[in-house]
Design a protein around this ligand. Sequence first.
Ligand code: C2E
Ligand code: CA
Ligand code: CA
Length: 853
Amino acid sequence: MRRTSRGGAARWTLILSAILAAVAAGLTSYIDDAQPILVVVNLPTPVLAPALVALFLLAEQFLMNVEFRRQAHSLTLAGVPLVLGVLLVSPQTFVIARLVAAMIAFLLQRINFDKILYNGAAYACEAALDATIIHLWLQPRHDIDLWTMTVVLAVIAAVDQLMSLLVLSLIRLHNGPLSAREIADVLVSAAALSLVASAFAVIVLLLLRNGIVGVGLVILVIAVGAGAYRGHASTRRRHQALTLIHEFVSDGVGAESLEVLASQLLSRIRQLLRAATVEVMIVDGQLANLTAARPDVEPTAALTLTIGEDEVLVVGRRTVDYSDWIAVRALVQEEPTLAARTTKDRGLRRWLLERGVRDAVVVALPLSSGSAGTLTVMDRLGETATFLEDDLTLLQTLTGHLAVAIRSTRLVEKLGYDATHDSLTGLSNRAHLSEQINHVLSTGTGAAAVLLLDLDRFKEVNDILGHDVGDRLLKVVADRLRACLPTNATVARLGGDEFAVLLPGTENAADLAELVADTLAEPVQFDEAMLTPESSVGVAVTNGLSAQPDLLRQADTAMYEAKANDRRVAVYGPEMDRGRIERLALVADLRMALSDHPEQMLLHYQPKIDLQTGLVTGVEALVRWAHPTLGVLGPDRFIPLAESTGLIEGLTPLVLEAGLAACRSWTVDGYPISVAVNLSARNISDPQLPERVAQAIARIGLPADRVILEITESSVMGDPEQTLPVLHQLRDLGVCLSLDDFGTGYSSLSYLQRLPVGEVKIDRSFVQGLSGENRASTRALIKTIIGLGADLNLRIVAEGVEDLATLDELRGMGCQVAQGYYISRPLAGPDLRNWLSRTAEAAPRLRLLSVGS
Ligand code: C2E
Ligand code: CA
Ligand code: CA
């Protein structure tokens, strides 16, 4: 509701109160000299008036509550004293007695000021109207006859309806339009009650005529009436409670979620107890902590399900500790608490005040072992009532059933959860994801995107660092995915290290995929190991054309494409299916080239310089393929294919042979530099490799220390038992092993000592990071690597140096060797030969140095 209209409503209430008060005052002075209409009891006003006040107060105790909207409306038996008062005392006494009784009641019930104002004015006005109309109509008389009674009943009922209408219009002002049904509810029950009350009053009057016997009978009748009303009221409530319990048992058990259960049941309880708010709190475990009144004990986490007057279920989490002693008492000792509005207990008053509620009932919910709960009902609706022992008893009868319903619903929820979720990460599983995909495709706009990713080289983590670390890494990945994706995304673990994400809608799917890859690639530190969970992400989006595309398969194709091209993200397109076929053709061509046309394999050489002396230390041999129809292909196009098909086992010897031969020719020409050749995982698991290298060195006649073999950590870690012996044999030949692409993947600095390497090449992504956004942290990282290199006596090479500033900075940090476009691009054999001579001539300082001197 808007503020202004609320303010407006308040103003209207005030104006209406003033009008009612004015009408009351006007009418009272107008008939100020009138005498009582009936003189059946000969008692003086000073006796009758207090008796009347007492009767009004008594009548207020027999409330009948009609609740709707955000209010409970109390209809009272005030009709009885109204009929008696209007007939037995003078109008003025009558109005004043009514007003005094109302004020006393309000004060006892601690009602707020504007309500007192309006209700006081309304009561006075009602009494004044009753008195005025009846006095104008009837003359004083000595006995009651049918006519008198009819007039009295009709006037009182009519004025009562008028007042009810006024109240309704106020509600309308405050809370918006009312339905005809709601209006009828109030008016009909008001009419019925005022008739019953008036009839009751007539009986009282008839009895009073008979003097002292009559008074006795009146008391008897009131006692019986009161008893009957109370009996009726409690029977009715017990009946409602039973119905509710029945519903708990039939609806509650097996509700598919706690939310569904709670929104049904809590709203019923709220209505039954006429409360503003009902809250269920559930605590799982940690109950022992609650009893310790020490600040150092962690508060206990609790789940809360709350329903308020808007009937919207709010699920929340909060903490409880010993300071919420009433909740704790219920949770730990299962002891209930009744905190009535009128309570004198200072502890209870304080508790209510701290929580900003007027009154509350708290009872324990006996959940299964290890869990406990409370049911709290707060703020009885209506102005005059508060919670009583009765309400506590009623709630307690309900809690057993409520607890059973909660227990079984939680079980159902858990079973359902287990069937649809991955137990390690808590993400959805494949079945659930497929279900969600179908659901999204068949509802709403039908637009959706699926991201699919797996971690690069996850198997190594499991193999080397153990399954424990593997599991921890998967959990970290799950947490990162959840944290970086919008809440409407379904994140699933499909198995192993494969994850998928369903995004309703297709906008920014590619951006989110980039974000996912970025977020995952932050290094994680686990004890000794620093892991960088890199991944390639395949994206598939609906295009509104094909009916129900197979998004998962398309995302899988895209992911494969991303990996094959060493890209982090690829979005599926139909050409990718064609790409697959092309790749197959390329593999066949490569096989043919290696066996029949090895001359198609060309080597380019990229120089490396010593940063202190500026001299060329050696070159890295990088292969290209002069494909007969596709032109010259870079290694990215075919090395991954060669690796996955095993063709690399034929390629590497070619490169090795050609690289070593070239190196020998430069030596002959007076440039005794080194040559570096890249090895793949398959090569270093091949036990024959050391023998082959030895033969090549011998045949070509090159000192072994001119040969550098580049390996990557991940290719070693794939199968260390197989690869480490090979590496040691290579080192024993006298060739230098170089750890390539260092800092990417699952680099573990501590692992470095175990590898027989003499050189580390810092990956170009870090080197280029020196001029990027995170330059400070990159710098720190490179410094650490350089420091470690010094400790372990390793030569540190920086790859990918593209400008002078980077070159200078690396030199400043103590890096020994640099390679990169700034120095030279990879060059074909003859071009390198020219470059070497030009460099030697152009810069006298660039003397050529042989490796190791
Ligand atoms: P790599 O071993 O990291 O080789 C360095 C790559 O970085 C080369 O790409 C090189 O051209 C590029 N590069 C050098 N300086 C710069 C620079 O300043 N900026 C940038 N942006 N890039 C620079 P290339 O030649 O495309 O080779 C790509 C990868 O293919 C190599 O990465 C290596 O992993 C693989 N590769 C190349 N030749 C062979 C081979 O004979 N055998 C095996 N197994 N793999 C090879
Ligand atoms: Ca390399
Ligand atoms: Ca590299």
